[in-house]
Design a protein around this ligand. Structure first.
Ligand code: ZN
Length: 191
């Protein structure tokens, strides 16, 4: 199948995550099986990094306009003891939970310098990240940004990277039914 080139893909990621946590590894197995059976994914996009390719029904789940061949660039399933930081790309403009200052620069440079993105998936412990607000100089940890800045620390999630449109709720229901769990949705646009 021909894959639409990267620069014409969407500028948004869609994340699905279980409302109640499943046993580790069980989530990943169920997610891959459900997505494969529904033909939303089809084999690997890149095997070494465990990235999954869009399948023939990807455009039904993400019904972008007719120019697209697939509904997203690739999909990845995360299922580890360490929480992953979502979104995994610059999509937030975080604010200090104490003084509400714009902490964009400090936030992204702390993540860049943490070295966590160089670790194999599942090894990075984002809970450990801590930095100081440049304005009020109080400590900030990532969980404190979940409620005011939209980030999520998730041990289990499905990420659809560079989707061409929002996911259809009916397809989320289908995935959830096959997985036997309830799924929440979060969409992130690139800033
Ligand atoms: Zn502050």
């Amino acid at each position: 199948m021909e894959i639409t080139s990267r620069d014409t893909m969407g500028e948004m990621d869609v994340n699905l995550f279980p409302e109640d946590r499943l046993p580790v590894r069980d989530f990943g197995i169920r997610a891959r099986r459900a997505l494969t059976e529904l033909r939303i994914i089809d084999g690997y996009y890149e095997e070494e990094e465990d990235l999954l390719a869009a399948g023939p029904n990807s455009l039904k789940a993400f019904p972008g306009d007719a120019d697209y061949m697939v509904g997203f660039e690739y999909c990845s399933v995360y299922d580890f003891e360490n929480a992953d930081l979502v979104p995994g790309m610059p999509a937030l403009e975080p604010r200090c939970p104490h003084c509400d200052a714009d902490i964009d620069e400090t936030y992204y440079s702390t993540l860049d310098e943490s070295g966590l993105y160089e670790l194999p998936r599942g090894r990075a412990d984002f809970m450990k990240i801590q930095f100081i607000c440049p304005v009020c100089e109080r400590d900030i940890r990532l969980p404190e940004l979940e409620s005011n800045s939209g980030l999520l620390l998730l041990k289990q999630h499905i990420d659809f990277h560079q989707v061409v449109d929002y996911i259809k709720p009916a397809w989320v229901d289908r995935i959830a039914r096959r997985m036997g769990c309830r799924l929440a949705i979060r969409s992130y646009g690139y800033t």
